[in-house]
Structure formats: C-alpha cells, structure tokens
Design a protein around this ligand. Structure first.
Ligand code: AMP
Length: 209
C-alpha cells in the first residue's frame, strides 16, 4: 500500500505516519527526517538544506525529488510506504505521479491556533526520532522509549513556525485539491489524542481494502 500523509506543521503527521507504518509493516519515508540526518552528518546536501530549514522555507524541489526517488526503491519499501512531508509542492506532486501511484492521501486537519502550541512544545529523540509534547514528558531531557536524549528542532522557534505555516498554506495546501480531484483524499480530524487519531486513520485505511 502506498500512502501519503498531508497536513500543516504540527498536525501530527510525523507521529501518525510512524505509528501507522509500523502497524501496516511498511516503510515510513519522512523527507524532514532524511534532511535532518544529512544535517547531522554534515554532508554537502545537509549544509545546503539547513539554510532553508532554519529559515522555515522549503528545500529546492530537485534535491528532494532525487532523494525520494532513491528511497522508494530500497527493499524495505517494496511492500509499500507512507510518504510523510512529500510531496509539498505542485512540481513534487507531478513528478511523484511519474514514479509511484498513491492508493490514498490522508489529510490531517488541525486549527491554526493549536499548531503553534503543539510545535513550540515539541521535543524529539536524538536516537529513535520519537516526538513528544513537553507536557507529556516526566523528564524533558530523556526519551521515554529508548532513553536517548531529547532535543528541540532548530526550526521549531515560534517565528520560524509562523513562516512554515504560511509557506505550507501557499505551496502545499493546493495539493489538497489536487488529490481530491483524483478521488484519493481522506480528511481526518487531527484534534484529540494520538491514539484516537491513529484509530481514525486506520479506519480510513481499512475501508480501502
Ligand atoms: P518536516 O520534518 O516534514 O516538518 O520538514 C522540516 C523541513 O524540511 C521543512 O520545513 C523544509 O524546510 C524541509 N523539507 C522537508 N520535506 C520537504 C519537501 N518535500 N520539500 C521541500 N522542503 C522539505
């Protein structure tokens, strides 16, 4: 099964993509995670991408498209995948149509005012990549799953978050129509607990079978 999760920054698409990919036994392909890995390793691509990411802007299409094309051909994606954070622009969506056919697009909707609060309290595990709101953590420095150290993403500062939401509205929101016209869009209410949302996403996916 080939799925794509769509939603503004803070909608919880990364968290949901991780959970659902594990339940379905398919690959979780997050372009944001792949870019952060490049930044962490100090590669040329990572250094270039960091400038855009820290400013809340999108990394150029060419770089992203090459990265995803290579990733979907890896063995763990043979049974299917969830694309998380890709495509984000019309050019990316059109290119994706040329090399993969999506079964469904899950659009996770959350009101704007909740997005800022969710992102500004976000903590990510350096080791396993799990994401939490700081209010859920007993120890803000330590991952409750793997004990790795937690960090705040460089692009999770309030000013950058506002830019990211605006860039999303301008460049990515039009993809909602693009996939609605193809008849593969499924709208999910992204408010509520992580488990409640995961149940709704799973129900939408089960209905496809
Ligand atoms: P995310 O982890 O999905 O929120 O992505 C973090 C940042 O990585 C974004 O704000 C962009 O700067 C960059 N990024 C991730 N995916 C893409 C993409 N498909 N196109 C362009 N930039 C991306």
């Amino acid at each position: 099964m080939k799925l794509m999760f769509l939603g503004p920054p803070g909608a919880g698409k990364g968290t949901q993509a991780r959970i659902i990919a594990e339940k379905l036994g398919i690959a979780h392909i997050s372009t944001g995670d792949m870019l952060r890995e490049q930044v962490k390793n100090g590669t040329a691509l990572g250094l270039k991408a960091k400038e855009y990411m820290d400013a809340g802007q999108y990394v150029p299409d060419g770089v992203i498209i090459d990265m995803v094309k290579e990733r979907v051909n890896k063995p763990d994606a043979r049974e299917g995948f969830i694309l998380d954070g890709f495509p984000r622009t019309a050019a990316q969506a059109e290119t994706l149509d040329g090399f993969a056919s999506l079964d469904a697009v899950i659009n996770i909707g959350v009101p704007d005012e909740m997005l800022i609060d969710r992102i500004c309290g976000r903590r990510v595990c350096t080791d396993c990549g799990a994401t939490y709101h700081e209010s859920m953590l007993h120890d803000k420095e330590k991952c409750p799953v793997c004990s790795g150290s937690m960090y705040v993403r460089d692009d999770d500062k309030e000013e950058t978050v506002r830019t990211r939401i605006n860039v999303y509205k301008e460049k990515t929101q039009p993809l909602i129509d693009y996939y609605a016209k193809k008849g593969i869009l499924h709208e999910i209410d992204g408010t509520g607990t992580i488990d409640e949302i995961a149940d709704k996403v799973m129900a939408a996916i089960e209905a496809l079978k």
